[in-house]
Write a protein that binds this ligand. Structure first.
Ligand SMILES: Nc1ncnc2c1ncn2[C@@H]1O[C@H](COP(=O)(O)OP(=O)(O)OP(=O)(O)O)[C@@H](O)[C@H]1O
Ligand SMILES: [Mg+2]
Length: 278
């Protein structure tokens, strides 16, 4: 570079955001069978921001997340992630169905994910132990997923994703299948581990409460095709814990989000009724 700028500096000037989504749409299938699932969505997510995505069932949340993850390409529009070029495991995903390898032990699953980072043996062992401990899995390190409860399997999936210390963490209803206590425990873990990192997180949930407890920002999507119809900043400082749900401000934000979401859900139900009667 003649002007002393690195390629990364130039990219940063073009897009100051960690994730930049422009006019993205997604349609599944073609012709009579085409389902316009998403968009258009235009959205910027800053580095280190914890963004929660809520919206009616089937509105395209998973479609958007998969597109950000690069697992599906949008039908139209553009998604840019500003990632350090040398960082090998810069995006990690956690989905509702765990996605861990059944033929590997708990420890083996975490170790496998660390493989791409080319750490020394000692560093890999240390990092694996750290994350197994943080997620309460040390005693189960030699167990196979089939020997674990759903909550534990999901903890393995989270340990595996977090151990790679990804730049961007994408989570699609990771706690949806868990009981209330396990869910709260994992919310605490996530608050703790995301509180003092610059990790950018996009987290899809059906729970408004969960979105407000975890997020710096909550985006509400419309019914299908999902568009962003509300964007609410969550004012609670970090470090934070799940006790924020007891504050009056929490109730106000929840009310505001619910009003917006209820209108969409009612619209969706009305559309479904009209569809059935026509
Ligand atoms: N592979 C596919 N082929 C055809 N249609 C699909 C496919 N995947 C999703 N859809 C449809 O696209 C729409 C959006 O799906 P998506 O899974 O993104 O929604 P969602 O908001 O994640 O829903 P949920 O809240 O139930 O998880 C839905 O109507 C769904 O039926
Ligand atoms: Mg989904």
């Amino acid at each position: 570079m003649t002007n002393g700028m690195t390629l990364l500096d130039e990219v940063a000037m073009v897009s100051p955001h960690k994730i930049s989504i422009k006019h993205v749409t997604h349609t599944y299938g073609v012709g009579d069978k085409a389902v316009h699932a998403l968009g258009p969505v235009t959205l910027d997510i800053a580095e280190g921001e914890f963004t929660c995505l809520v919206g009616p069932s089937g509105c395209g949340k998973s479609t958007l997340l998969r597109a950000i993850a690069g697992l599906a390409s949008p039908s139209d529009g553009q998604i840019d992630l500003r990632l350090p070029p040398t960082h090998r495991a810069s995006v990690a995903t956690v989905f509702q169905d765990y996605g861990i390898f059944p033929w590997k032990t708990v420890e083996g699953n975490v170790r496998f994910a660390l493989g791409v980072l080319k750490l020394s043996k000692a560093d890999a062992r240390e990092r694996t132990d750290l994350w197994l401990e943080r997620l309460g899995l040390l005693d189960f390190r030699r167990a196979y997923p089939s020997q674990l409860s759903g909550g534990m399997r999901q903890r393995v999936a989270i340990a595996r994703a977090m151990a790679t210390e990804p730049d961007v963490l994408l989570m699609d209803e990771p706690f949806a299948a868990l009981d209330a206590q396990m869910r709260e425990m994992l919310q605490e873990v996530l608050l703790e581990v995301s509180g003092n990192s610059k990790r950018t997180v996009v987290f899809v949930t059906h729970s408004l409460e969960e979105a407000i407890i975890l997020g710096d920002r909550v985006l509400v999507m419309s019914s299908r095709p999902g568009r962003i119809i509300d964007d609410v900043q969550v004012p609670f400082p970090r470090p934070r814990d799940t006790a924020v749900r007891q504050s009056a401000r929490f109730g106000e934000i929840r009310g505001q989000l619910w009003d917006r979401l209820r209108a969409e859900v009612e619209q969706q139900v009305a559309d479904q009724r009209r569809g059935r009667s026509s």
